[in-house]
Design a protein around this ligand. Structure first.
Ligand code: G3P
Length: 218
């Protein structure tokens, strides 16, 4: 399973890259807006830290504007993946981007039929949002289970990129279901590593070792 970091914050990306655990980065307009910096400068900084797919989202909602932005973003670096919203105009643009060989990530996917359309149109990735289902008392992982089954039925090459992961449980469930990628905030990545029994066990090992290696009392 690939881990992508879901942020536009360079410090978080730099820290996470030191673990060697992140295979790519996803951004979205809200995450970029939080940084208060030029979008392309952020993208260039990310490409210098992570050598993997970096999702950059368009903000146009008409096919012509989406294509124009897509070409601009794709020209920043070979690792840029253009994020396109799951709307009719986005699908028109997606079809053309697929023909041009520009890698794409169809975002804001909330039902299996949307993902099926993205896959039929040759999207590189499709981003079903799980956390936002949980926000409205639904079970986001049910969508992932449907997508894994549907994509296996037709051997689609589009990768399921589980987005809006809010906890380590989302990552575990996504892995159990066989999703290709989970994208997560830095906080969740850090949580994946942690277990209180690990800390307690290490503490005990070190204390026992110290006790056994105390210098003999004179
Ligand atoms: O890239 C999509 C992801 O950032 C959305 O996450 O937590 O805003 O639902 P969230």
């Amino acid at each position: 399973m690939k881990f992508f970091l879901d942020t536009a914050n360079i410090d978080e990306i730099r820290d996470a890259a030191e673990y060697g655990l992140i295979d790519g980065v996803t951004t979205n307009p809200s995450l970029v807006a939080k940084e208060g910096r030029d979008f392309k400068d952020i993208l260039r900084d990310i490409t210098r830290i992570v050598d993997g797919p970096i999702s950059a989202e368009v903000v146009s909602t008409e096919a012509e504007g989406i294509l124009h932005e897509a070409h601009e973003l794709a020209s920043v670096h070979r690792n840029i993946v253009v994020k396109v919203p799951m709307i009719k105009e986005g699908m028109k643009a997606l079809r053309q981007l697929t023909k041009e060989g520009i890698r794409t990530n169809v975002t804001l996917c909330f039902n299996p039929n949307q993902a099926l359309i993205a896959a039929k149109l040759g999207a590189t990735y499709v981003s079903p949002f799980v956390g936002r289902f949980d926000d409205v008392s639904e079970v986001g992982m049910n969508l992932i289970a449907d997508l894994v089954r549907i994509f296996r039925n037709y051997n689609f090459q589009t990768q399921i990129l589980v987005a809006s992961c809010r906890s380590p449980l989302h990552v575990r469930e996504a892995a159990l279901l066989g999703a290709h990628v989970a994208t997560m905030p830095y906080k969740v990545l850090e949580q994946l590593l942690k277990h209180p029994l690990t800390d307690i066990g290490l503490d005990r090992f070190l204390k026992d070792w110290e006790k056994a290696h105390q210098p003999a009392h004179a």
